[in-house]
Design a protein. Structure first.
Length: 162
């Protein structure tokens, strides 16, 4: 069984993330999408909310599991006996950061954790969670960026803040 992990903040999950999830789920027998509990960032959605969004969005994909983790990815991957991480590449700007992350993970895990990259589908190349949040905070249209049920949750968050 080829199992892989797709780690990320997913705050919130976008159609770009979902595209990577669908494509990776066709390559691997099991894909574990795992939300990073990053204490340094102030997220819009709690880890539990992000996990629930991912579960709802992937409910039709039987080989996709959703989980969360804190701390180093290599420790979590070792605990779960996972040896492949999936990451998405949008543009050249992602490359440097992702390359460094992949190399550090390979080094720290002594070769136990390798990273596989999927290039974004072109229509999502400029899509990021932060731009979705910025557009939504000004009441803009995010219907092409996230599933409808996620758009609703994002607007609810910003309305509650007002
Ligand atoms: P991070 O893990 O850096 O906090 P995200 O949770 O936003 O970032 O993204 C997780 C992974 O998904 C990263 O590898 C990122 O490059 C990728 N990703 C984000 N948005 C897209 C997109 N629109 N298309 C393809 N990959 C994406």
């Amino acid at each position: 069984m080829k199992r892989a992990i797709y780690p990320g903040s997913f705050d919130p999950m976008t159609l770009g993330h979902l595209d990577i999830i669908k494509r990776a789920s066709e390559i691997f027998d099991v894909l574990i999408v795992s939300v990073l509990n990053n204490k340094e960032k102030t997220p819009l959605f709690s880890v539990e909310e992000r996990v629930n969004i991912l579960k709802e969005a992937t409910k039709e994909l039987p080989n996709v599991e959703v989980d969360s983790f804190s701390g180093l990815l290599i420790n979590y991957a070792a605990e779960k006996d996972l040896h492949i991480a999936v990451r998405g590449l949008r543009a050249i700007t992602d490359f440097e950061y992702e390359l460094q992350l992949a190399q550090v993970n390979r080094l720290l895990s002594k070769g136990e954790l390798d990273t596989v990259f999927l290039t974004t589908s072109l229509e999502y190349a400029y899509l990021s969670s932060s731009s979705v949040k910025e557009i939504a905070s000004f009441g803009g249209d995010i219907s092409q960026c996230v599933p409808d049920f996620v758009a609703q949750k994002i607007y609810e968050k910003f309305n509650a803040k007002r």
